[in-house]
Design a protein around this ligand. Structure first.
Ligand code: AMP
Ligand code: GLY
Length: 424
């Protein structure tokens, strides 16, 4: 079967390596991909958010399955448009993607299905949001409701900070249109964990646990980012939490989606906070996490294409997912300024060296994210540049291998966290 993979980040590079390895894949196209993915498939210069261009390509190339990596094309209805052309799409419909793309919708569904989450409200008017904050004395979190590349959340220490946050989002529009609606909610405390499941519309199959490190700095300090590293398995996720999450979150959510006749076939990502009152939902994402996908896919032994087809064909019950018992870790190497500066002020176009030597180390895999090829030289082209991944008999071994690979890689301004996987 011909497969089209949509996206260009580290997550998609990891997906491409597993799709390419599948006997079910006769040819892999990647739109638009990145230089690291070039050895795995044909790179097609169509942007990931160009729904019409992608559908046209899929029709003309008789693509059998389109695997959609990022949230943007899902929120723009790529899966719906492909279904219209009778092309199989792995990833939820536009309505399903609202779980991620519209946090007000997601809150509404959670309230309706009695899913444990932070108590909060959505606002479209600044004065209403301000009045609500003034009526509260507890620490709050302010969120842009729309898609803001993992950065639309401001965790506030007190109401003064919360007032600043809503003003910045609604008046100064620091997250653009994503901040037209804001959510103000109670600030929860506890360790965080990501729970991912393959979903076939009615049923979900949980993946192994993965843990992300969202803050830019060591010891979870500094601003939130898209994710600076991840590892799997994650010892925080106990059987008790899994049972609770199944019963209190996943089952009621899938029932609610079904009641609303929302077509959800793909990945459901649940950001959980383990509070003293039990696990509560921080957010839903409608796709693999990046960088959680990298260690998860390094550990997934089952054929990814077969798994995606089982979701699309509503046959998840025929699956048994097999996982490598070894641990895997991903450390993100980011450009100077990432996390602290706006995207257009991050240093880019810097030469990267040492990749081949690093990739030759046993148990190491390097996934590209923000890289580009110019005149035969590999340059940085984004905030998160590379994901250096390693497996090992345990997390400590995987960590050691990943960090020794990083020592061989260099680009000016390179920043990364030294403590990925250390707290586990
Ligand atoms: P989200 O994109 O909604 O997952 O938020 C990004 C990060 O903000 C999460 O990983 C948490 O660290 C933090 N966060 C979000 N909502 C809350 C909350 N209600 N209480 C405390 N921290 C939160
Ligand atoms: N790593 C978090 C995310 O992909 O949203």
């Amino acid at each position: 079967m011909k497969i089209l993979l949509v996206g260009s980040g580290g997550r998609e590079h990891a997906m491409a390596s597993r799709i390419k390895a599948s006997p079910l894949c006769s040819r892999l196209y990647i739109a638009p991909g990145n230089p690291g993915m070039a050895p795995l498939g044909d790179l097609v210069p169509i942007k990931a958010d160009d729904v019409a261009g992608l559908v046209k390509f899929a029709v003309s190339e008789k693509i059998g399955l389109v695997a959609i990596g990022p949230e943007d094309p899902l929120a723009r209805g790529l899966a719906n448009a492909l279904h219209k052309e009778k092309i199989k799409a792995f990833g939820p419909s536009q309505q399903g993607a609202q779980l991620e793309a519209d946090k007000a919708f997601s809150k509404k569904i959670m309230r309706e299905a009695a899913i444990p989450t932070a108590e909060g409200r959505a606002f479209t008017q600044l004065r209403d949001a301000l009045a609500y904050i003034e009526s509260r004395t507890d620490p709050l979190v302010v969120k842009a409701a729309g898609l803001a590349r993992g950065k639309g959340v401001i965790v506030c220490a007190d109401p003064v900070e919360a007032i600043d946050a809503v003003r910045n989002i609604m008046e100064k529009k620091i997250f653009g249109d994503a901040g037209k609606t804001v959510i103000v909610e109670e600030r929860l405390t506890g360790p965080e964990i990501s729970l991912l499941a393959f979903v076939d519309g009615r049923h979900a199959y949980l993946m192994e646990a993965a843990q992300d490190h969202k803050r830019i700095g060591d010891g979870d300090t500094g601003p939130n980012t898209g994710g600076m590293g991840a590892y799997s398995p994650a010892p925080l996720l106990t059987d008790d939490i899994i049972t609770k999450a199944q019963r209190e979150i996943i089952v009621p959510l899938l029932d609610a989606l079904h009641r609303h006749e929302i077509d959800y076939r793909g990945i459901l990502y649940i950001g959980l906070m383990l509070t003293t009152a039990g696990p509560k939902t921080l957010e839903f994402n409608c796709r693999f996490g990046d960088p959680e996908a990298q260690p998860l896919l390094m550990r997934l032994k089952s054929d990814l294409v077969d798994v995606m087809l089982a979701c699309v064909d509503r046959q998840i019950d025929r699956l048994t997912l097999e996982w490598d018992p070894r641990a895997a870790i991903c450390v993100v190497l980011a450009s100077e300024g990432y996390g602290w500066k706006p995207d257009d002020q991050i240093t880019k176009g810097v030469a990267i060296t040492g990749l081949e030597e690093a990739a030759r180390l046993p148990d190491v895999q390097i996934f590209h994210a923000g890289t580009t090829m110019k005149d035969g030289r590999l340059l940085t082209s984004g905030g998160r540049v590379l994901g250096v991944c390693a497996s090992g008999n345990d997390l400590a071994a995987a960590r050691k291998t990943a960090y020794s690979a990083i020592e061989k890689i260099h680009f000016d301004g390179m920043q990364y966290r030294r403590d990925i996987g250390a707290s586990a």
